[in-house]
Structures are given as C-alpha cells and as structure tokens.
Design a protein around this ligand. Structure first.
Ligand code: MRU
Length: 353
C-alpha cells in the first residue's frame, strides 16, 4: 500500500478521507494542494505530515522558477509559513520544515539548481529515515508483547500515518508475525473514525484478527482482563514524557493504569519536543465544530449547542509504561531517558541505557 510516494518529480498520496470506501490516489506538483491535504486530513498522522511537508517545500521552490538564491529563500520562507499554519500539534511537521530550512541555509552561496538538489535530497532523506524508524520501532516494540496477547490501540498509527509500516501498528504487525498477537481491539476514534476507517482497514489487510469497539467500550474490555497491552502512537512528546495523541488516548491510559495493563507509546525521536518541559506547553489543535455535530454530512446534534472539539489530548508521562523509539525503548523516569536518547543517539540492543 502506498501512502506517500515521490515519483517523477511529483508527490502521490492516498486520500485518507475517502478510505476505506475508495482508494483514490492524488498526484500533485503544487505545494498548496499538499497544504490543503494536510489541513483536511487527506494526509494525516504525525510522521506522514512531516514527510509530505518536506516534499511540499521542495515543490514550492521548484515550481516558483525563481532565478536567484535570495528569491529562492523568500519562496521557501513563505512555503514554510503556509505549511506551519496547517496543523499545530504534531511536532514532526515543524521538525521536517526546520530541516528543509537548514538544508537550504547550509547550501550557502550555491546556485538555485544546487540548492534545489540539496532540498530534494533532504526530503528524500526524511522519508527514508521514517521508513527505517518504523522498521526499528516495530522490531524493538514487538519484544514487549508477550505470547498470546490481545492488544488495544486508539486512532491510526499505521502505514497510513507514516512513510513506513507505522509506529504502533509496526509494533503490532511485527508481534503478530512472531505469532504473539491473538487479536487487536480498535477504538473507533470519534469524531473522525481513524480507528474504524483506517486502523481496522490496515489490520484486516495484514490478516490480524481485529475487533472494532466504540471508544467507550474500552473500559469494560480492559476491566474484563481481555487486553494485555495498549499500544498507541504520538503527535508530540514533551521533555517529561507527557504525550499528545488523538483525543481519547488519555482516558485509555487512565483505564490501563487502573487495570494494571501496560500502556506503550510508539514514536520516532522526531516526535520528541525537548524544547517544551511538559504537556501544558503542547499546542492542541481545535477542529471545526461540524466534525462533531455532523455525521456522514448530516447534522446529528441539536441546533444551538456549543461544541468543544480538540483533536488531541495529553497523556501524562506518569501513565506511560514505555516509549518505543527507533533508538531504543525508553522507561521512566522520562526526563532522563528522553534527554539521554537525544544526547546519545542509537542505543544498541533494545532497551536504552
Ligand atoms: O488527526 P490525526 O488523524 O492526524 O491524528 C493522528 C494521531 O493522533 C496518531 O495517533 C499520531 O499522529 C501518530 S501517527 C504514527
């Protein structure tokens, strides 16, 4: 399955708003199309947003046909501003944009053609690194899953959300390949149903037994002892381990703690925002109220109600059992383990030192 593909100088991506009913590929050379796709969740999931944004920066500069480096830097700045305004929570977007800006800056006084080449190489590197991160996260995280486990996940942290096999779903897929997964409970994930539409679709295609539940059913499934581990992705992890992920993740973490079930967060190190001390500093996107008041284009809510529609919530680090990154498995206390993994780089052998 192709979520995002760079081919013949164009970005191709699957329109995730149409899944699972239709598999529509969009092809573009226009960075504004990519901006709109990110804003409207045609492209979604923290790492996928970062990769798409990197290619969009390259497209903006290439399509401007500017002739001098100062012109190029101005176009790049404006594209970065457009992309920065699409979605505020997933830090991978800003990390990718920063890398693209740095790549252009590092090209110094070189020609427009040389800077373009450098930008294209950087976008491809961001994509390649994400594929590799997913692979490592899957390999390391699968080691946490005991034989005959039933798992629970929220939202979609699979191939659709990354350039590779996913983060949480890479862990689940690899554990399943090792024969350790009995079934996966998938929260439908209100209000946009990333669980029902996307995660369930991916898991069924992988041949993994998948049980779709409403978000509020997670409580009784966990209380009954039917789940041995919860695995979710992340949009931004603060320096103390507080983790923003799709709204509804925090209640699952509270339930997991209440019922003694490990709660694992799987995310690449590009999702760690060492610049913010805790979850209070994570900007939480608020979505249009129609995403809550309407279902399938039809109004379901009473007229006149007010709506509060945050797209994400923050799970305190104290509820997280481990964070699986491509560089190792991080354990509490997270202020130390997160700082350590960023400082030391790769940790051979799974658990970070
Ligand atoms: O609003 P979305 O669909 O972009 O939210 C996505 C999530 O919350 C994912 O769990 C997160 O980005 C991790 S993706 C590997």
């Amino acid at each position: 399955m192709t979520t995002l593909e760079w081919a013949d100088g164009r970005l191709r991506f699957i329109d995730q708003t149409r899944l699972p009913a239709e598999e529509i590929m969009v092809e573009t050379t226009d960075h504004r199309v990519v901006c709109e796709a990110i804003r409207s969740l045609k492209i979604r999931g923290a790492p996928a947003i970062g990769v798409a944004a990197a290619f969009a920066v390259f497209l903006a500069v290439r399509e401007s046909h500017c002739s001098t480096p100062p012109e190029l830097h101005a176009v790049l700045r404006s594209a970065v501003d457009d992309l920065s305004a699409t979605r505020p929570t997933a830090v991978n977007l800003f990390a990718a944009l920063r890398r693209m800006e740095e790549a252009a800056r590092a090209s110094g006084g070189k020609s427009v053609a040389a800077i373009l080449e450098r930008l294209s190489a950087e976008a491809l590197a961001i994509q390649r690194e994400d594929v590799e991160s997913c692979r490592r996260i899957g390999e390391l995280g699968a080691g946490l899953i005991a034989p005959r486990s039933s798992l629970l996940t929220h939202c979609n942290a699979g191939a659709l959300a990354t350039a590779g096999e996913g983060t949480a779903l890479a862990v689940i897929a690899e554990a399943a390949r090792r024969g350790n997964v009995l079934r996966v409970f998938v929260d439908e994930t209100r209000p946009l149903f990333q669980g029902a539409r996307l995660t369930a679709w991916e898991l069924v295609r992988l041949g993994i037994e998948t049980v779709l539940i409403t978000d509020s059913t997670a409580a009784s499934v966990l209380r009954r002892g039917d789940v041995q581990a919860v695995v979710v992705g992340a949009d931004r992890i603060a320096a103390n381990g507080d983790t923003a992920n799709k709204v509804g993740t925090y209640p699952v973490a509270v339930l997991a703690m209440r019922h003694g079930v490990p709660f694992y967060v799987a995310a690449p190190t590009s999702t760690i925002d060492a610049g913010i001390p805790d979850g209070e500093h994570i900007p939480i996107e608020e979505r249009d109220e129609s995403e809550v008041t309407h279902f399938g284009g039809k109004r379901i809510a009473a007229r006149g109600v007010k709506v509060y529609a945050p797209a994400f919530d923050v799970t305190p680090g104290a509820l997280v059992s481990a964070i699986v990154t491509e560089r190792g498995i991080l354990r509490p206390p997270f202020p130390e383990s997160l700082a350590g993994v960023l400082r030391r780089g790769s940790a051979p052998g799974g658990e970070a030192p």
